[in-house]
Design a protein around this ligand. Structure first.
Ligand code: GTP
Ligand code: SPV
Ligand code: MN
Length: 610
């Protein structure tokens, strides 16, 4: 086999000699039977092949359904490792191991593991093409899984032209699925490993075909490797959404980037439309929903782009009312792929919790595991039909409010940076933070409930710095310093804010309606930046007054809950300061500015108390 790899690559127009060497090395190691170079134009044929092989099922005209193995439905954080040759790269959360230990381990697991299979060679770019960051954004994923190829075609820019001219400036990304039924997922004998060898720009993932474990351009490169490269080269790579809001009356446009942990509302916020009750004064544009690369340009402007070319969105609760834009982006002929939702084998419909009424006629319906709903045992009749981390994959071009300039490598200016997560108490709807160090401090102390996007952690309350905990690749102290350095270069500092759509009442219900209504606090933030409102100063930031928020069209319940949603519980906050101190102490060498910000907030709380 290995002998004719060169011929196959040349014939496919893959001429970069370093890439050729890389493919040869891993073709030999994994024992793949065939090599196939992938370009975006191959999508229709690959889809057809996958349908014929039963790897994809039809889900309507130009829509597809796939089911991953039932023990393989989310990222596996405890199996995810950052490896380098320098122990100083060991952080609190990056699960660092020496590369001298991890590389041989992964090579052993991968040896011969693709025998009889095709190895797809996917040249890709995690950036709008043509800019100076291309050399950090280019990669080649080798995978033995056809579904991964079709997902990558949707999520990244794919084709040989993205990498032929880049010499050695590409990430080497190898994905081997492994025998999913015999990997001991979640047991002491777990055989999966998801390793980023950051200082060699090499990604070796073994034992999954799911999302961030398998589409290596997205999470492993686009976030983990990207943030390591950003550290070494002076930019930021974050799990951030990015949107633009235009006020048609004033003609002003504000772009806001924001970090919320996985499955905590980035896609929904980035796709949001202004609530109907606000008329058509505000126009919201989608740039990105999961990742932003951020830098300061020659003019001192903070800018960012979305490196992805598609959306890998959580299906649960996506409907016409919560997220009409998402629904419009997965219509027939969009090419969207649904993963691990419920599927009707007769009508080819898909369904998930919160999509709309549950189908009354069970005929043909199967749950995310592929089990017939009508055959469920009594004890399981109420189990979810779709997996809570089930997803839809669709290209940015299908998103109706995607910004006209989303594909521009120059990115857009960023005026605001927000952090948020699922917090059932303490965090108000929004609190603005003028000071940069305090804003970075706020990001580092982001605390939220984990979600089903990470295997086995749903509901666990934990600190998730800047929403990057599962993706951090280098020590937190250096991470904080890189943030202060990059933002410090910006002439116009972004306004920071912390938001929370997830406060709950004693009865467990959400106090804020969320979704499209989330635009209201963001409009207030724009006005604050503009000096049009003043808000109410508190120890933990500036809170909108009731009068300043646009409340047109909100229901009675929301209006009566509003005071709670805007309240600061001082006792709870003082307790939080203690927890934060413990959290930050883990990070050796944290910049003094962050500690100063911490002490300032603690003191302000104390003074307020007196
Ligand atoms: P990842 O793709 O995992 O990084 O997730 P994400 O941060 O993009 O989260 P997403 O927008 O997909 O939302 C995750 C879940 O939270 C979905 O089930 C949404 O329906 C729900 N959600 C999003 N926004 C809100 C909100 O404002 N209020 C409430 N109650 N739920 C929300
Ligand atoms: C996340 O979990 O943050 C995601 C989905 O964006 S996955 O690609 O599965 O990592
Ligand atoms: Mn994400």
């Amino acid at each position: 086999m290995a002998a004719d790899v060169q011929g196959v690559l040349e014939a496919a127009g893959l001429t970069n000699p370093q890439v050729q060497e890389f493919v040869k090395e891993y073709a030999e190691l994994t024992g793949a039977e065939r090599i196939e170079v992938v370009n975006t134009s191959d999508d229709a044929r690959l889809i057809q092949e996958a349908l014929e092989a039963g790897e994809l099922l039809p889900a309507g005209e130009g829509l597809y359904y796939s089911r991953s193995y039932y023990k393989d439905t989310a990222r596996a954080e405890e199996r995810t490792i950052v490896a380098t040759s320098d122990e100083r790269d060991k952080g609190t959360y990056n699960n660092w191991h020496p590369s001298s230990e991890m590389k041989p381990k992964l090579h052993d697991l991968m040896r011969g593991a693709s025998e009889g299979k095709t190895m797809y060679v996917i040249p890709y770019l995690m950036a709008p093409a043509g800019g100076p960051l291309d050399k950090f954004a280019a990669g080649v994923e080798l995978t033995d899984n056809r579904n991964v190829v079709m997902q990558m075609i949707r999520m990244a820019r794919v084709g040989v032209d993205y990498i032929n001219h880049l010499g050695n400036d590409f990430v080497r990304a190898v994905h081997v699925t492994g025998d999913l039924e015999n990997l001991g997922q979640g047991t002491p004998d777990d055989k999966r490993y998801f390793v980023t060898v950051a200082d060699e720009r090499t990604i070796l993932h073994f034992g999954s075909s799911y999302g961030g474990n398998a589409l290596l351009g997205k999470i492993a490169h686009g976030l983990r490797q990207g943030s390591y490269d950003g550290w070494k080269n002076g930019f930021l790579v974050e799990q951030f959404m990015l949107l633009g809001i235009t006020d048609k009356e004033t003609g002003k446009k504000y772009n806001i980037a924001g970090g919320f942990p996985s499955a905590s509302g980035k896609t929904n916020l980035a796709m949001t439309l202004a609530p109907d009750a606000l008329g058509d004064r505000y126009y919201v544009e989608f740039y990105g929903d999961d990742i932003a690369w951020i830098w300061v340009d020659e003019d001192g402007k903070l800018r960012g782009f979305n490196p992805e070319n598609g959306v890998f969105g959580v299906a649960k609760d996506t409907n016409e009312k919560t997220n009409p834009t998402a629904i419009e982006s997965i219509l027939p002929n969009s090419g969207a792929i649904f993963t691990n939702v419920a599927y009707n084998e007769k009508t080819h419909e898909v369904w998930w919790e919160g999509k709309g009424d549950k189908p009354a006629d069970l005929d043909g319906w199967m749950d995310w595991k592929g089990d017939r709903i009508a055959d469920r045992a009594e004890a399981h009749v109420d189990d979810p039909w779709a997996h809570p981390n089930s997803r839809f994959t669709t290209q940015l071009g299908n998103v109706p409010n995607v910004a006209a300039d989303y594909d521009d490598y120059r990115g857009v200016e960023i005026h605001g940076i927000i952090f948020g997560g699922r917090a059932r108490d303490r965090e108000p709807l929004i609190r603005a933070i003028h000071d940069v160090a305090e804003g970075v401090y706020d990001g580092l102390t982001l605390g939220a409930e984990a979600t089903a996007a990470a295997d086995g952690l749903e509901g666990v309350l934990r600190y998730d710095p800047m929403s990057m905990r599962p993706f951090l690749s280098y020590p937190e102290a250096d991470y904080a310093a890189n943030w202060l350095k990059v933002i410090g270069q910006a002439k116009d500092k972004p306004l920071f804010a912390h938001v929370n759509w997830f406060q709950r009442g004693d009865d467990g219900r959400f106090l804020w309606p969320g979704y499209r209504e989330n635009l209201r606090p963001l409009l207030w933030l724009m006005q604050l930046k503009n000096g049009e409102v003043k808000g109410r100063e508190t120890a933990v930031g500036i809170i909108p007054t009731r009068e300043e928020l646009n409340l047109d069209g909100l229901d009675e319940q929301t209006l009566s809950d509003l005071d709670s949603v805007l309240a600061i519980d001082k006792a709870r906050w003082q307790q939080e300061i203690g927890y934060r101190e413990e959290h930050l102490k883990q990070f050796d060498g944290l910049p003094e500015e962050i500690w100063e910000a911490h002490r300032r907030v603690a003191k302000a709380l104390e003074d307020e108390q007196a």
